[in-house]
Design a protein around this ligand. Sequence first.
Ligand code: ATP
Ligand code: MG
Length: 462
Amino acid sequence: MCRKLFTNTKSDQSSSAKNSSNGDVNLNIITRQEHTISRAHISDNALKVLYRLHNHGYDAFLVGGGVRDLLLDKEPKDFDIATNATPEQIKQLFRNCRLIGRRFRLAHIMFGREIIEVATFRGHHQEPEKNQSAQSKEGMLLRDNVYGTVEEDAERRDFTINAMYYNIADFSIHDYANGVKDLKAGVIRMIGDPETRYREDPVRMIRAIRFAAKLDMKIEPNTAAPIKELAHLMTGVPAARLFEESLKLLQSGQGWATYQLLREFDLFSSLFPTVAQYFTPEQNSDVEQMVEIALKSTDKRINEAKRINPAFMFAAFLWYPLQKRAQELAVERKLSQYDAIMMASNDILDDQVRHLAIPRRHSATVRDIWQLQLRLTRRTGKRAFQLLELNKFRAGFDMLEMRGKVEQGQTEALALWWQEFQDAPSVHRQNMVQALGTQKPTGRRRKRPNAKKKSTKPKAQE
Ligand code: ATP
Ligand code: MG
């Protein structure tokens, strides 16, 4: 992979002899004339913050993904700033500033909906008596609120391509870990010893995957080597953090590629153990087919700049595990299909939330989408018209359509019926419903011989 990031290669050559694999960093400065980052591509608010810090005598750098993505000619997701000003000093400069974070205090400068994150350079954490850091037995960092120099800050970052600093004082790039070289070569390389760095923070393993998929880069062999063996450390990561990470991984436009890499590195099961239970060597179980369809469709929507609902992905991933759990419960406890699904919904969501904390507002939508799968089979009388009015109808229908691709047969026919019903003028809709009235009940009931004894009407909300 060859990328044209620079107007000449002088700095590249000067940096090529240095290597940061021992954890040391070597500064390589790329002057304004030698790189392609222009202030026109940096958000006005980020520039305001950089300039104000600089004008008050502080060092101020744009850092991390902002620099990396600008060099790749991509639009950065956010702009992060690093400085030698302490959070309190930052707060004095900005009225619109909030200090946040327990693990490490950060300043958020608020500009309407845009938030510019400003972090004071972080220091080392190996000397417990000198600072207040702490590590767990596995080597995981529990606290790291220690300020340091810019060099130390660079060493603490994860990958070389994330440790480039754009200096507002002279518009140069300070490249501490040969990130420029790796960016050109398309390489994700950990700064320092990969195993130690993964033990400090296991989320770095899924970050390696995320950047490899997002930037279409290769993970450098030493950086990739320890991941499978350390994948189990993911269980120590708080479930709330994993929820946030899962969205960044799977809902950023490269979800399908990311999922495949996560599987390859045995990391997917730490996020979705219930889903991973149904993985097959051929990768074609109904669960796997649904994951593939859901991720490809999410990627497509994101790349078309359409809105996506995070709950939809969870509903789709867990739909077949839910069916299997419901079937077990129906047999074990002699429950109706409806009751079994309701009980299985609780089980499946409880299991999932223990690993990856889906917030309640999303899990409520997941349940709505699942319930709609039952309700969409009942279309006679006014029901079809009422269902169409529901808030979550679209999500429920989209999921039915995906199920149609997996299950085919009657599910596919039902999805087609609903598609036609939505597209049809109202007279035709009436005809469609009337035509159902003259038909035998749908295959859904025929599929449930054990429910015959019960009333034909499930305890749905109708
Ligand atoms: P993007 O925002 O495009 O997803 P990013 O690289 O900006 O990518 P952020 O999560 O915004 O990622 O983090 C900003 C920077 O903070 C990173 O570029 C990296 O330098 C540093 N960083 C973030 N998370 C970690 C971590 N777990 N360990 C070490 N450094 C990290
Ligand atoms: Mg970022």
